[in-house]
Design a protein around this ligand. Structure first.
Ligand code: ADP
Ligand code: MG
Length: 697
């Protein structure tokens, strides 16, 4: 591939080459992410103003933007100097109204509105003191220039120093240089969706004629959004192809260790666990590198699936590593899996940042010589001096916060090792595709049987003493509870409950020794001790910050109290609630909120109260908050789209993924006419990474 197609050059010129844009305007446009004519094209109007003339005032109800032919009757300067000048005009029915100008020079107004002549005026008609007036009309034109006024005026997003006129002129200028490009969309799809050609779509999007042309479902907009998503999915598909290129190894287990593990379990795997394990085993047995996402709601049983995959690696004579996001989780995995490892006769160890000195050196030696077969840990397992004898499988638990690039870096640690990423954050399908489109996905869509639903209630903080009374009774009955507080130190944000203070208050109410405390600022050894006390049942109530959010498993805990629930994200609340309802006992989740709740806040919490389906909650969350917020955009590696709107154009992403994968299967080098066209799209959408991948391949 020889570089950007020449046909695209005009769209990648300096933005100053567009009409009406000088250096200062160009600088201001940067705030809209516009630095080239291409960016102008991809910045679509959000609405439109109807500038078609009406015959008389009778046809409209102010306030409204309208366009009228008027006769100029008289000018009336204000008596005091700072007041407005009023120009009396007459509509087609002979009804008079005023055009109002502040700080206008009289002679200038006389010139553009000469008494006795007719003009076309367009602007917002308003009622003021029961009379109709138009303050500072947007347009005033002699009748012989009336056709200069567009019938429909697009409304663009603006920033300081940029007006609608600048945007309209720039976009017309950019539209004038649209090159002829061959079609990259699958012809059948285009026909089926009734999508216009690319250039036609751009013109339609920038020159809307009805409000319907400015909504996300307008065909032109759908097409342009699709282009953007298709280009993105091409990149992911190319990255995926690259990642699964021959460089993998065949890791085929005998199933012997897995059988021992299953025999020692007190339960049977769910169908979904079985299916996911099979998919993973089959993928590992392929001579290419596995790049797979295991997605399952909290409590779906991802750990077992991970462990069985690790058994595969060991059966094949290799090693596996499971990385957790926190120390607590790494250790908990270790404790939870120790019996299974023993049953299988597999050597397992845990390595975290806390390992130091001789102990750490011994572990590293055991790893490199293969005496440790399975390593659990935090990101410490990826430190430079950690070497494996034969690492075949890397599992990353709960790492929804990683972007595409970071995941690939982690995979690079084990030379050609298979990679499995696990996430309990149920992300809506459209987002999952945006974020993980380069991966294969296994879904745990079934929970282990016998789980009791968690009863969820919203309770105002004014009733906190009642809640404590209930807690007292529950503890007396042998139950355990989490009490989650938003922040640790009172000083960080005065209005948020402090875990420390809550701990002291609960200890006073429930008794010494019954209540534990764990938060992120505790020294590691104290954190561990507090967790261990709670797991063993020595403490009955664990006051915690969100460190317990991901993955912690204490089946006997059946009460979850979340203080200031309205300050948490829905996904986070769902995760927290997932900590209970894991044992046989009936579980409760109390979401304490500070009244009054905002309408949005109430809606969000109500969703959680009414549903335990992580995917449904995620969809609703998306609908309420928008894509960027659901998984913090910058953090998540989720791309920003200029045109595509993942909330309102949800189906497009899946379509784009299918299409991108299919095209690359049929035409791996993008050599066919359609492949060539798709290359132009990649240049156009600046999918640099994709372009590099084709150039290499
Ligand atoms: P998550 O998917 O949230 O990581 P875990 O792997 O921690 O879930 O599993 C949650 C709990 O469910 C654990 O106590 C685990 O032992 C149990 N579990 C896992 N699979 C099954 C199953 N098939 N039947 C019954 N309990 C199961
Ligand atoms: Mg887990």
């Amino acid at each position: 591939m020889t570089g950007r197609p020449a046909a695209l050059f005009p769209l990648f010129a300096e933005v100053e080459t567009l009409p009406g844009i000088g250096a200062k305007t160009a600088k201001n446009l940067e705030n809209l992410g516009i630095t080239r004519p291409r960016d102008v094209l991809f910045t679509l109007p959000q609405a439109l103003v109807d500038r078609r003339p009406v015959a008389s005032l009778r046809e409209v109800v102010p306030p409204l933007i309208c366009t009228l032919k008027v006769e100029v009757i008289s000018h009336h300067a204000s008596r005091n100097r700072s007041g407005p000048t009023r120009v009396l005009v007459r509509d087609g029915d002979g009804v008079d109204f005023a055009l109002v100008f502040f700080h206008a020079r009289g002679d200038y107004l006389q010139k553009i509105l000469p008494v006795g002549e007719c003009r076309l005026v367009s602007g917002k008609l308003e009622l003021f003191d029961n009379t109709v007036q138009m303050v500072h009309p947007d347009h005033i034109l002699p009748l012989d220039e009336a056709d200069q006024l567009p019938r429909f005026e697009p409304v663009y997003p603006l920033t300081a120093g940029i007006t609608q006129k600048v945007m309209a002129k720039a976009s017309e200028g950019a539209l004038a240089r649209l090159p002829e490009l061959a079609e990259w969309i699958d012809p059948a799809l285009k026909v089926r969706e009734k999508w216009p050609d690319w250039a036609v779509a751009l013109r339609a999007a920038h020159r809307p004629e009805t409000q319907a042309d400015t909504v996300p479902m307008a065909p032109a907009r759908l097409r342009l959004a699709y282009d953007e998503l298709f280009a993105h999915q091409m990149t992911l598909a190319l990255a995926r192809r690259e990642a699964r290129h021959p460089k993998g190894r065949v890791t085929k287990g005998s199933g012997a260790l897995a059988r021992k593990v299953l025999a020692s379990l007190p339960f049977k795997p769910t169908g979904a666990q079985f299916r996911a394990s099979q998919e993973i085993a089959a993928d590992m047995a392929e001579p290419r590198r596995m790049n797979r996402l295991l997605q399952g709601d909290v409590g779906a049983g991802k750990t077992l699936v991970a462990f069985l995959a690790l058994m595969n690696a060991v059966e094949a004579g290799g090693q596996g590593v499971l990385m957790a996001p926190t120390e607590i989780l790494a250790r908990q995995h270790y404790e939870g899996l120790a019996d299974l490892a023993a049953a299988a006769g597999v050597h397992m160890a845990v390595l975290t940042g806390r390992d130091k000195g001789a102990e750490r050196a011994k572990k590293l030696a055991d790893l490199v010589e293969g005496r440790i077969q399975i390593l659990l840990g935090t990101h410490a397992v990826f430190q430079k001096d950690v070497f494996f004898q034969d690492l075949r499988l890397v599992i990353i638990d709960e790492q929804h916060r990683f972007g595409v690039n970071q995941r690939q870096e982690l995979g690079a640690k084990g030379d050609m090792a298979d990679v499995l990423v696990m996430t309990a954050t149920p992300i809506p399908r459209s987002l999952a595709l945006a974020q993980y489109g380069d991966m294969d996905v296994s879904l745990l869509d079934e929970k282990p049987p016998g789980r009791q639903p968690v009863q969820t209630a919203l309770v105002s903080t004014t009733r906190i003493s009642e809640v404590v009374e209930h807690l007292k009774k529950a503890v007396a009955e042998g139950r355990q509870a989490y009490w989650v507080c938003p922040l640790v130190e009172e000083s960080e944000r005065v209005d948020l409950a402090s875990a420390q203070e809550r701990f002291i208050a609960l200890r006073a109410a429930l008794g010494e020794g019954v209540v534990g405390l764990v938060h992120g600022q505790l020294p590691p050894s104290e954190k561990d001790a507090a967790m261990a006390d709670f797991v063993a049942g020595r403490t009955r109530v664990l006051v915690a910050t969100t460190v317990i959010e991901v993955g912690v498993n204490v089946p006997n805990a059946s009460i979850m109290v979340i203080e200031r629930a309205e300050t948490f994200g829905l996904a986070q609340l769902h995760q927290l609630r997932g900590r209970v309802g894991r044992g046989a006992a009936k579980s409760t989740c109390l979401m304490l909120y500070q009244a009054p709740l905002s309408e949005g806040g109430e809606r969000r919490l109500a969703i959680l109260r009414d549903s335990e389906d992580g995917f449904r909650i995620a969809e609703e969350d998306l609908a309420i908050r928008g894509a960027g917020d659901v998984i913090g955009t910058a953090q998540s590696g989720l791309p920003r789209f200029r045109i595509a709107d993942l909330e309102h154009q949800a189906g497009l992403m899946a379509l784009a993924q299918q299409d991108a994968r299919l095209l690359l299967e049929k035409d791996p080098g993008l050599e066919s006419p359609r492949g060539q066209a798709a290359r132009a799209l990649l240049w156009l959408t600046e999918q640099d990474r994709a372009i590099r991948l084709i150039e290499v391949g």
